[in-house]
Design a protein around this ligand. Structure first.
Ligand code: HPA
Length: 272
């Protein structure tokens, strides 16, 4: 679907605010991740109706649900964006960041970005959750080549929200019987998974996980009053075994969803 069909951000916000209250908290879900299926007083919109285009990647529903965490009057309003647009689909940066722009323009205070990522850190296990404390941007290529990109240190994205998520995750560690991970997320363009040489390079560059999204959204939110943080679902760990492909990623995401759901519920409850 061509980007020319995409609606302007202001008109999207106007459209949504006619039928839904402004959310207190927004979540963008990556491949195969499902959380907050039972919101109260909820309304669901299809992406095509909201943005003018829908996602084309398997595992991405392409719907937005806005509703309350529970039935209580003062319960926080949550927006769940199921699916995102990627640069590797041929979309423009402005389209990839459109859900985030809607969130920031509407004045939503908190945005949690989730993604499916490959583990580079050999201490990680499939199904781990990793709070992103830093990132490497291998998407916004500079015209003067790759040297700056690969010689620079990871950028930190730790903020109050990140710290809140880490604290909430630590509190849930006993229940989930799995440690919460933290680390650096490297974004590559894709759509193919990394070569072994790229894996080796990314490890040397101190990245803990690799994916194909999230960095454009983090950068977009940075300049606004919305505070953003990201959590990766580690769907595969790069080792000597061959990589399973998109099906394996979807399967691992489904298993980690239960723990992510508990983590998000806890953070949202603390928010209001
Ligand atoms: N690489 C890039 N993107 C991914 C991976 C990976 O190994 N796993 C899930 N998304």
């Amino acid at each position: 679907m061509p980007d020319t069909l995409v609606k302007p951000v202001e008109s999207i916000v106007e459209f949504l605010s006619k039928s839904s209250p402004r959310p207190d908290f927004a979540v963008v879900l990556g491949s195969g991740v499902s959380v907050m299926e039972q919101l109260s007083n909820a309304r669901t919109y299809m992406y095509k109706e909201v943005f003018g285009i829908g996602p084309s990647v398997e595992g991405h529903t392409g719907s937005l649900t806005i509703g309350q965490l529970n039935g209580e009057k003062e319960s926080p309003v949550v927006a769940i964006f199921r699916g995102r647009f990627h640069l590797y689909e041929g979309h423009d940066w402005s389209v990839v960041t459109l859900p985030t722009q809607v969130v920031t323009t509407w004045g939503v205070p908190k945005l949690l970005l989730t993604n499916a990522a490959g583990g580079l850190n050999t201490g990680f296990s499939i199904g781990d959750l990793m709070v992103v404390t830093g990132y490497r941007d291998h998407l916004s290529h500079k015209e003067d080549g790759l040297v700056e990109e690969i010689t620079s240190a990871p950028k930190s994205c730790e903020n109050e929200f990140t710290k809140q998520i880490i604290a909430a995750g630590k509190a849930l560690e006993g229940e989930s019987k799995r440690p919460l991970r933290t680390g650096v997320y490297a974004a590559l363009l894709g759509p193919s998974y990394e070569t072994l040489a790229e894996i080796e390079m990314l490890r040397r560059l101190k990245a803990d996980a690799v994916g194909m999204s999230t960095v454009p959204e983090l950068l977009t939110a940075q300049k606004t009053s919305t505070i953003a943080a990201a959590v990766s679902v580690i769907t595969n760990v790069w080792d000597d075994k061959p990589m399973g492909g998109h099906e394996e990623v979807l399967e691992a995401s489904r298993h980690a969803s239960t723990r992510l759901d508990a983590l998000i519920s806890r953070i949202v409850t603390e928010t209001k």
